[in-house]
Design a binder for this molecule. Structure first.
Ligand code: PHE
Length: 461
């Protein structure tokens, strides 16, 4: 056994703190904003099934792999990987996988703060009764005007950005941990209240069958890639975040158990959000394939018509903002930890540097919904390209590399020691899945998307 190493950035005070932070990172806009709209765009049940399979056979093992890299490396993602590559006698080039992860989380954050800004703005908008009795057209028009007002959007995203910067500047215990210990329980309580309410509104069945009744004719190869990419996105994988958070994990915590808890909680929230949202969408005859605006342009119609809608609508956007915030802080941590280590600067300075770049890049997403809405590359706006590049390319690729690194490059003795599972079948299953199943599944999805199976008369697209 080697000596116990500690991260220079500190450590979570307990296993619970880690679970709250990791769940806080996982549960976010991905569950409540993105999952419903991509499910709507990709036809419902079949998409959800593929997503669930991805979580189970790829998400959980990859999360374990990342936390183990972090805890054994005890540094920012790329430095942890460099350290472990050395330990394993593997090429240093693996470090690039860490750099790619850090870049992915940073790029995601540039649009994340903007959408989180929408959520915060909608707390006020909803609370002030804007939607009371409003028609579908009025709610849609309100959202369009909201998006067109760049300076308003900049105000809200700047607010979220500042909150994120201040929290991350506080460090692991006084910043990240303190934020999640307040926000996560708050979020959970609100979620339960909302579910109770959704259950009592009645039109549950249609939403339920949209989510859980698979119709494979509605699923394309692109849909499968989106489901895979979303499994990584929603679990905060392949972005350096779980490696960074793992670096602060106490020595004696079970990586397997905590990974299962985090994945289960994240999946539960996404499904609950879907069950709360789709019944409303159907009950009011709204369009499920509306896209990124789904919850903003459709839910308020329902809030405007249901009893106590202003109250529950406001609660909904508070919950969404809490969830988004605990993810935003996690998205900044890998970059900040890396800058601190790489350039030997203080955390505060690292936050100021990264925060400035973040703020400037976030404008790209703001304008994607207004003045740059017509400027397209590959047929997509700046925001849509960022989302596509990160979720559908960088994250699945990163996941493939995490599997390769932990199950092929690292020594078996090292991963076995770090996971602390001894001879249990859980370990051998994990290693087998990471060596073969996860990589093969990811490669197949990529190839299918590229149309590689057309020669065999199989057209998945
Ligand atoms: N998991 C977060 C969500 O679902 C987003 C995220 C992605 C956070 C990658 C960290 C890293 O909203």
């Amino acid at each position: 056994m080697e000596e116990k190493r500690q991260s220079v950035h500190g450590q979570w005070s307990s296993r619970t703190a880690f679970v709250l932070a990791a769940t806080g990172s996982a549960v976010g806009l991905g569950n409540i904003w993105k999952f419903p709209y991509i499910t709507g765009q990709n036809g419902g049940g079949a998409f959800v099934l593929v997503y669930l399979i991805c979580i189970l056979i790829i998400g959980i093992p990859v999360m374990m792999g990342e936390i183990l890299i972090g805890r054994r490396g005890r540094q920012s993602p790329s430095h942890s990987i460099a350290y472990l590559a050395k330990e394993a006698g593997a090429p240093r080039i693996w470090t690039l996988m860490g750099i790619m992860g850090i870049s992915a989380s940073f790029l995601i954050l540039t649009f994340y703060v903007v959408i989180a800004g929408w959520a915060v703005a909608y707390i006020i908008v909803t609370a002030s009764g804007t939607f009371t009795g409003a028609s579908a057209e009025a709610v849609g028009a309100y959202f369009d005007d909201f998006l067109a007002d760049s300076s308003g959007l900049i105000f809200w995203s700047t607010l979220v950005t500042l909150g994120t910067l201040v929290t991350v500047a506080g460090g692991v215990r006084k910043g990240l941990e303190r934020a999640v210990t307040w926000l996560m329980p708050g979020m959970l309580v609100i979620l339960l209240i909302l579910v109770g309410y959704a259950l009592s509104t009645g039109s549950f069945i249609e939403g339920f069958s949209f989510l859980f009744k698979p119709d494979f004719t509605k699923l394309s190869a692109d849909g499968v890639l989106v489901a895979l990419g979303h499994a990584f996105f929603t679990l905060s994988l392949a972005s350096g975040v779980m490696i960074a958070y793992g670096a602060y994990l106490p020595e004696d915590t079970s990586i397997f158990q905590t990974s299962v808890i985090v994945c289960a909680a994240d999946t539960a929230v996404a499904l609950i959000a879907g069950l709360a949202i789709f019944p409303i969408v159907f009950a009011y005859g709204l369009d499920v394939s509306e896209g990124p605006g789904l919850i903003f342009a459709t839910l308020p119609i329902a809030f405007g018509q249901m009893p106590f809608g202003t109250f529950f609508g406001t609660l909904f956007f508070i919950m969404l903002s809490f969830a988004a915030f605990t993810s935003a802080i996690s998205l900044l941590e890998p970059t900040v930890a890396w800058i601190v280590e790489r350039f030997s600067v203080t955390r505060l300075r690292a936050v100021v540097i990264s925060g400035t770049v973040l703020w400037v890049l976030s404008l790209g997403t703001v304008f994607s919904f207004s003045k740059w809405a017509e400027i397209k590359l590959f047929g997509r706006t700046f925001f849509a390209n960022l989302d596509y590049l990160t979720a559908n390319i960088m994250l699945p690729l990163g996941g493939l590399l995490v599997a390769g690194f932990t199950a092929w490059a690292m020594k078996e003795s090292a991963t076995r020691d770090e996971l602390g599972l001894g001879d249990s079948p859980v370990y051998s299953t994990w290693r087998f899945v990471m060596r073969y199943i996860a990589p093969v599944a990811i490669v197949i999805v990529f190839l299918a998307k590229l149309g590689a199976f057309k020669h065999f008369g199989i057209d998945l697209s």
